[in-house]
Design a protein around this ligand. Structure first.
Ligand code: ATP
Length: 578
C-alpha cells in the first residue's frame, strides 16, 4: 500500500479539488444502484396495492431522476478523470524527462533502462490515472456493495450468501485469465520492442540509403514479418484457449444463476417470497456479483500497479551526480580545473573502458588525448564532462563554466539560431553573440546564403523549406555551440571528424585563438594537432601509458613516438604532420 499512498499524495497535492470531486461522484454512482433497487420495489408494491396515482407517479419520477443522475454522474467523472490525467500527467512526464536528463549516459544504452522508460511513458499518462480511478471505484463499490447487501439480507441471508458464492466463482475465471494474460504480456515485452524496432527501421529515413543500395528490403521485411507472425501466433493461441474456457465457464455460471432464480420462483409459488422481492433479489444478485468483481479487480490490478508505480518511483528518484558541483578550494589553490584520481569506468558488464586514470587539468592548460581506436579517449572526455559516472575513483571539478562538443553531436530539427544558441540558452535570442559563434565555428558564410539566415530550419521533418546540411556543416554548427559560452573549461571530442582538411586546420587555429588562456581537453586522431598542446596524454587499452610534451614523448621513443611516426609516414612532410 506504500506505493499507492506515495502516488495518491502526489495527485492530492496537485489536484485536491478534482480528487475529492471524483471520490464523491463515485460514491454517489455506487449508492444510486441500491437506491434504484428500493425504488423499483416500492413502485411494484404501490402498483400491487393500487396506491394513489400521485404516489406512484412520484416514485416513477424519483426512479427516472436516479437513473438520469447515474448517467450524468458518469459523464462528469470521465471529465474529471481526463482533467486529472492531463494536469498530473504533464507534471509526471516532466519528472520523467528530468530523470532521463540526469541519468548516467551509458544507462541509455541499456535495453532494460530503455524498456523502463518505454513503460514509464504509459505509466505517466494512463496507468497512474487508471490506478487513481481504481481506488475511487473500489471505495465507491464498497459503499454500493454494503447498501445492496443490507437490502438483500432483509429478504434472506441465504440469498446473500448464494450471490456472494456466485460472484466469487465468476471472479475465479477472470482472475485466472488476467494472470495468464499478464504473464504473456511480460514474456512478449522484449519481442514487441524488437518488432517495433524492425518496423521503425523500414520507415526511418536514415536507413533508406542502405535499404536501397544493398537491396535489403525483402530481407528486412522477412525478418519483420517473422517476428510479427511469432507474436501474433502466441496471441492467437492465448485467445483461442480462453475463448473455449470462457464458453464452458459461462455455461456453468448461467446454469447456477438460473438454478438460484428457480429456487426464488419456487419461493414465490410457496408464497414465502413476493413478486417485488423476487425482482429486488434478481437485480440485487447482479449488484453483488459486480461488487465482488470490483473488489477482486481492484486487488489484482493493485498487484500490477504496484510494479509500475515502484518502477516509476525508482526511475524518477534522482541519482547522485558524478562530479561534486561548485568550486573546490584545494583545487583552486593548486590552479587546477579538474582532477581525476584512480578513475575506472565500465559500460555495464563489459570489461573496463577506463582503468585507474589519474589526470590533472591545470588552469589555462591545453591537453590533447591521443591513442588508437577504442583506447578510451571519448569515454574519458565524457567522464570529464560529467556525462558518465566513474565506476571507481573520484573526479573533482573547480570551474564556474564548462562547455563541450562531441563527435556524436545532436542534430536538432530547429532553427539555426536554436541549434547554435543552445550553447548558452540564456543568450539564445542574442543575434550578435550567435553570429559571432557561427563565425568562430566557420559556418557563418553558409548561413548567410540561406534566405532566412538564422531563422532557417535545419532538417526537413517539420518544414518543407528546411535545409539538409552536410555532415561537415552540421559539425560546424555543433562546434559553434561551444563558442557560445565564455567557458573556463572546454572539452572537445573529435571536433573535426567530418571536416575537410583546410576547415580542420582552421578549426584548430580558432580553438587555439578563441580559447587562449582557458583549459582545453581535446580528443583528436590528427596527431599533428597534438604537437600544439601543452601536454599530450597517450592512451592505450583504457589506460594512460605516456604523458608529456611532444618533444618529451618523442625523446622517450615509446608508444607515442611510434604512433606519431606511423602516421607521419603517410604524409610527405614527414615530421610536419598536420
Ligand atoms: N556505449 C558503449 N557501450 C559499451 N561499450 C562501449 C560504449 N562506448 C564505447 N564502448 C567501448 O569502450 C571502449 C572505449 O571506447 P571509446 O569510444 O572511449 O574509445 P576511443 O578511444 O574514443 O575510440 P575512437 O578513437 O574510435 O573514437 C571501446 O572498447 C568501446 O568498444
Amino acid at each position: 500500500m506504500k506505493e499507492y499512498i506515495w502516488f495518491l499524495k502526489i495527485y492530492f497535492r496537485h489536484q485536491p479539488v478534482t480528487m475529492v470531486s471524483i471520490l464523491l461522484l463515485y460514491i454517489l454512482m455506487y449508492s444510486l444502484q441500491p437506491l434504484e433497487l428500493l425504488l423499483v420495489q416500492r413502485i411494484i408494491v404501490s402498483l400491487g396495492h393500487q396506491s394513489e396515482i400521485l404516489a406512484i407517479a412520484g416514485l416513477i419520477l424519483a426512479y427516472i431522476l436516479v437513473y438520469s443522475l447515474k448517467n450524468i454522474q458518469y459523464s462528469f467523472s470521465l471529465l474529471f478523470i481526463e482533467l486529472l490525467e492531463n494536469k498530473v500527467g504533464a507534471m509526471l512526464q516532466r519528472s520523467l524527462f528530468d530523470a532521463i536528463a540526469k541519468a548516467d549516459l551509458c544507462k541509455l544504452d541499456q535495453a532494460d533502462y530503455l524498456l523502463q522508460i518505454e513503460r514509464a511513458k504509459d505509466t505517466v499518462w494512463f496507468k497512474l490515472t487508471n490506478a487513481v480511478n481504481d481506488v475511487f471505484h473500489f471505495l465507491g463499490s464498497v459503499a454500493g456493495f454494503c447498501m445492496s447487501a443490507l437490502i438483500i439480507v432483509r429478504l434472506g441471508v441465504l440469498y446473500l450468501l448464494a450471490f456472494i458464492v456466485l460472484g466469487l466463482l465468476y471472479n475465479y475465471f477472470v482472475k485466472k485469465n488476467t494472470k495468464e494474460h499478464i504473464d504473456l504480456m511480460k514474456r512478449q515485452e522484449h519481442e514487441d520492442r524488437k518488432l517495433k524496432y524492425l518496423s521503425n527501421l523500414m520507415q526511418d529515413r536514415s536507413n533508406q540509403k542502405e535499404i536501397r543500395s544493398f537491396k535489403i528490403f525483402d530481407w528486412l521485411e522477412t525478418k519483420r514479418l517473422g517476428k510479427f507472425d511469432e507474436i501474433r501466433d502466441i496471441d492467437l493461441a492465448f485467445s483461442k484457449k480462453w475463448t473455449v474456457i470462457g464458453c464452458l465457464w459461462s455455461g456453468l455460471m448461467i446454469g447456477l444463476e438460473n438454478s438460484i432464480l428457480l429456487v426464488m420462483c419456487y419461493g414465490v409459488a410457496l408464497t414465502t417470497l413476493t413478486v417485488d422481492q423476487l425482482i429486488v433479489l434478481s437485480q440485487g444478485q447482479g449488484q453483488i456479483i459486480v461488487g465482488i468483481n470490483a473488489f477482486a479487480e481492484f486487488f489484482s490490478q493493485a498487484q500490477k500497479n504496484k510494479i509500475y508505480i515502484n518502477e516509476f518511483k525508482e526511475l524518477i528518484t534522482p541519482e547522485e551526480s558524478g562530479i561534486p558541483a561548485g568550486p573546490n578550494p584545494a583545487l583552486a589553490r593548486a590552479k587546477t580545473v579538474m582532477e581525476l584520481q584512480h578513475v575506472s569506468f565500465s559500460y555495464g558488464d563489459h570489461s573496463p573502458a577506463l582503468k585507474d586514470i589519474n589526470l590533472r587539468v591545470g588552469k589555462g592548460e591545453s591537453i590533447v588525448l591521443v591513442g588508437e581506436n577504442g583506447s578510451g579517449k571519448s569515454t574519458l572526455a565524457k567522464v570529464m564532462a560529467g556525462l558518465l559516472k566513474p565506476t571507481e575513483g573520484i573526479v573533482r571539478k573547480n570551474c564556474a563554466t564548462a562547455t563541450a562538443a562531441f563527435q556524436d553531436y545532436a542534430k536538432f530539427e530547429f532553427s539555426v539560431r536554436d541549434n547554435v544558441g543552445i550553447g548558452d540558452v540564456t543568450r539564445i535570442n542574442d543575434n550578435d553573440k550567435i553570429k559571432e559563434a557561427t563565425i568562430k565555428g566557420q559556418i557563418s558564410h553558409v548561413i548567410e546564403q540561406y534566405p532566412k539566415r538564422l531563422d532557417t530550419i535545419l532538417g526537413k521533418k517539420f518544414d518543407a523549406d528546411g535545409i539538409d546540411m552536410s555532415e561537415g556543416q552540421w559539425q560546424k554548427v555543433a562546434i559553434s555551440r561551444a563558442f557560445m559560452r565564455d567557458a573556463d573549461f572546454i572539452i572537445f571530442d573529435e571536433p573535426s571528424a567530418s571536416l575537410d582538411a583546410l576547415s580542420e586546420i582552421q578549426q584548430f587555429n580558432n580553438i587555439g585563438k578563441y580559447f587562449r588562456g582557458k583549459s582545453v581537453v581535446l580528443v583528436s586522431h590528427r596527431i599533428g594537432i597534438a604537437k600544439l598542446a601543452d601536454r599530450i596524454v597517450f592512451m592505450k587499452h583504457g589506460e594512460i601509458v605516456e604523458e608529456g610534451t611532444h618533444a618529451e614523448l618523442m625523446q622517450l621513443n615509446g608508444e607515442y613516438c611510434s604512433f606519431f611516426m606511423n602516421q607521419a609516414k603517410w604524409y610527405d612532410t614527414g615530421d610536419q604532420v598536420i
